[in-house]
Design a protein around this ligand. Structure first.
Ligand code: HEM
Length: 753
């Protein structure tokens, strides 16, 4: 009968190869044992003989603890793994977090002590007066106080750093402590700025000071004051302090310090599993991207070639499908892979339905938490429900919306016919057509003034362009940048805000003047909204449907509905020109099933290849390199870790759309992926361009209708082929969302005019 064990030793061996016992464990154990014995004697010696060496006494004591920790943490672990001994493993597991805290304490305390010691040695190379001024570092009583204060600082630092654990990932190999940012400004300042800054500055300063001391060693003993001699010799039988002794003690201390540096270097480069991967190609699945103060992982994210999803793919290869990065001050859990998305955003949808609210962004752009994309709670629920109803009432899936789209298809066909055989910038035509559909839905009319459309379009282009930049991310996500600096850092976003919101205000004011509240039927979204607002106000609710909210809704529908759709159709057309065989297959199907007439939504079910073509184009255009960050609505458990309520979570749909295990050779354009053997359309769960969960795209129905009617009608009527400027590049340009690089193509009618 197989014996059931608590520990999966094979898995542990595979994931923690550094703990497999080998000859180095013996070498390091011997060093640690010598360290313990030596330190033990040193402590005794410092205590009885060298009264002034408070720092050295403390350092020796801490070093002894470090050696003991090594034995406990590493040797014990290697032995437990070697003997596969559950009792030893249990003992290790029980004390893991505490040991980690002691380690953290040492990480703060020891560098400070070493710094003090080097300062003390340096002061011996200075004049007596300077030494007197800095007696904090040289006189025993003061040194005791300084050591005690440092110990308190280190204790507080550990408490602040680990108070609110985000992930206390504890398994046999390691425990990972990641603390949530403090909400209160004082501890937050310590946690995110002061403590990391002190640690960062300390190491190079100590090193430089040690070098300086070495250079100035010949100055030692030039001035030696009696007080020092007396102090150093209290309790000793014979006075001992001489220039020669001081020099030797300085040299000895510096030798120890530099040997520590070599030891640390070897430790980080060859031993510590968290850092060896930085220096070697050996990757360890438990390492997370290392965040910097202020910036978190943003600098690293932007150091990868665009789009940002490249960074996510690289991190996923190293750390798996779920890992944590820091967006500025905010820890953000990244979830990729369909299985992981299903377990979280689909099966436990409510827990992941909130959006991460970046207050500075909302305040600067919208003057508060308004709209539907960047709100939670009732505001989000009511406006999402209201907008879905309005879209349905205006015929999403019914004929009203269909005819509004077909009108634009017709206008575009007219334009294309005029260009017969010439180079055409189709993207520009798609932009106007989709812009007209949105304007029609929101305000009840197409753009009569092309100038107005291009102004609006320019502003929205600018908005997307800057949204993807490090500067804008930094302005909104680094909490230490005050709100008053945000507008200063993001003048382009302010330009968008002023221009676009002014346009919406004008339209809403026009509606207010013309509206007939008695008329039950409404002709557009704004009219329906104003009536709902009036109805609620009459019932005593003057807040939920406000003017601010309406302007933000118009903004959300424009930003979410325009570039997403036009960029998809633009990329679809460039894919079609690059894959003429697939384009012809689609055209043959259209000719056979529909012929030379308008394609309508009723034809959709009879056009499997056309549907597959659109699906594959959506997959390949992979619009959002980084999805919109959500937040957990309650504490959730993820890969054995408790993620507290309100933590930012990004479900990377882009990683699913190009996952080679689901879509082999994901860079290839292959509509057949979505067809079964009989040529019928196949449902592929992993095709999730509209996202998953409670926040799934609100305009999915409208977008699907637009994509189908434009693609089917235009490719039925025209052939799109390589123009005189050559094949369109399949590389994308990236703002916040991806887009085909500018291109032109030749468009020729398929049926006689
Ligand atoms: C090909 C076209 C489109 C694609 C690929 C697309 C994709 C997406 C994605 C990935 C999200 C994020 C969902 C999440 O947070 O998990 C989203 C949200 C949203 N989309 Fe779309 N979208 C498209 C077209 C549209 C259109 C035409 C509209 C306008 C009616 C629209 C309105 C929205 C809104 C309002 C949200 C926010 C929903 C919420 O937070 O509750 N989208 N879309």
């Amino acid at each position: 009968m197989a014996v059931r064990t608590k520990y999966n030793w094979t898995q542990i061996q595979n994931t923690c190869p550094e703990f497999l016992a080998n000859q180095w464990d013996i070498v390091l154990a011997v060093i640690a044992a010598v360290g313990i014995i030596l330190n033990f004697f040193l402590i005794g010696r410092f205590k009885t003989e060298l009264k002034g060496s408070v720092f050295l006494f403390t350092l020796a004591f801490l070093d002894m603890v470090v050696c003991l920790l090594y034995v406990y943490n590493y040797l014990f672990k290697s032995l437990a793994l070697f003997f596969q001994n559950e009792m030893m493993a249990d003992i290790r597991m029980r004390m893991m977090t505490e040991v980690k805290m002691i380690e953290e304490f040492g990480n703060v305390f020891i560098p400070l002590l070493v710094f003090f010691i080097v300062v003390e040695k340096f002061l011996w190379t200075c004049s007596c007066r300077i030494r007197h001024n800095f007696r904090l570092f040289t006189m025993a009583t003061y040194k005791c106080v300084l050591t005690a204060v440092t110990a308190v600082y280190a204790t507080l630092a550990v408490m602040i750093l680990t108070w609110n654990l985000l992930i206390a990932e504890a398994h046999f190999c390691d425990v990972l402590l990641l603390a949530l940012p403090w909400r209160h400004v004082v501890p937050r300042f310590f946690q995110r700025v002061l403590i990391p800054m002190v640690s960062m500055i300390l190491a190079p300063t100590t090193f430089l000071l040690a070098l300086l001391t070495l250079c100035r060693i010949s100055r030692v003993g030039k001035e030696l004051n009696h007080e020092e001699i007396n102090l150093a010799n209290i309790g000793s039988e014979t006075p001992k302090l001489t220039t020669g002794k001081i020099k030797r003690s300085i040299l000895c201390m510096l030798a120890i310090y530099f040997s520590f540096m070599v030891k640390d270097f070897c430790w980080y480069v060859y031993v510590n599993p968290r850092t060896t991967s930085i220096f070697t190609e050996k990757r360890n699945s438990r390492i997370r991207p290392c965040p910097l103060p202020f910036f978190g992982n943003m600098l690293e994210m932007f150091s990868y070639p665009p789009p940002v999803s490249t960074a996510f793919s690289a991190w996923a290869k190293k750390y798996g499908n779920i890992y944590t990065i820091w967006m500025g001050d905010e820890p953000t859990i990244i979830i990729g892979g369909y299985k992981e998305l299903k377990e979280t955003f689909i099966n436990d949808a409510d827990s992941y339905s909130d959006k991460m609210i970046y207050k500075k962004f909302n305040d600067s752009l919208r003057g508060g938490d308004h709209g539907v994309i960047d709100t939670n709670g009732n505001t989000w629920k009511e406006h999402r429900r209201f907008t879905l109803h309005t879209l349905r009432d205006f015929g999403m899936g019914k004929e009203v919306m269909e005819s509004s789209i077909l009108l634009e298809v017709d206008k575009m066909e007219e334009e294309l016919k005029k260009m017969n055989g010439k180079n055409v910038d189709v993207q520009e035509l798609f932009d106007i057509a989709i812009g007209n559909i949105i304007n029609q839905f929101l305000f009840g009319h197409r753009f009569n003034d092309p100038e107005k459309f291009s102004q609006l379009k320019r502003l929205l282009d600018l908005f997307f362009e800057v949204q993807g930049s490090l500067r804008v991310y930094a302005a909104y996500l680094i909490n230490w940048i005050p709100q008053c600096m945000v507008d200063f850092m993001t003048p382009d976003v302010c330009e968008v805000r002023d221009g676009v919101f002014h346009f919406f205000k004008e339209k809403i004011d026009e509606h207010r003047e013309e509206i007939d509240f008695e008329e039950a039927e409404s002709k557009d979204y704004v009219e329906t909204y104003l009536k709902e607002q009036r109805r609620r106000e009459a019932a005593g609710d003057k807040q939920s449907f406000s003017d601010n909210q309406l302007r933000s809704m118009c903004f959300d529908i424009w930003v979410a509905g325009m570039h997403t759709t036009t960029n998809t159709i633009g990329f679809l057309t460039s894919l079609a020109v690059n894959n003429m065989e697939a384009q012809r297959k689609m055209q043959n199907e259209l000719s056979q099933v529909v012929g030379d007439r308008i394609v309508t939504m009723k034809d959709k079910v009879n056009l499997p290849y056309t549907n597959a073509f659109i699906n594959e184009a959506q997959r390949r255009s992979n619009l959002l390199p980084i999805n919109l960050p959500h937040a957990t609505t309650r504490d959730v458990e993820l890969v054995g870790c408790v993620i507290p309520k309100g933590t930012a979570v990004v479900h990377q749909i882009s990683s699913v759309l190009c996952d080679p295990t689901v879509f082999p050779n994901p860079e290839n354009f292959k509509p057949e992926r979505f067809l079964d053997e009989s040529g019928a359309l196949k449902k592929v769960e992993e095709l999730i361009p509209f996202s998953v969960g409670k926040r799934v795209c609100l305009g999915e129905g409208l977008a699907r209708m637009e994509l189908f009617l434009f693609t089917a009608n235009l490719f039925n009527q025209f052939e799109f082929s390589e123009g005189s400027e050559g094949l369109p590049s399949l590389e994308k340009s990236y703002a916040f969302i991806s887009k085909a690089k500018n291109y032109t193509c030749r468009v020729t009618p398929r049926y006689s005019l």
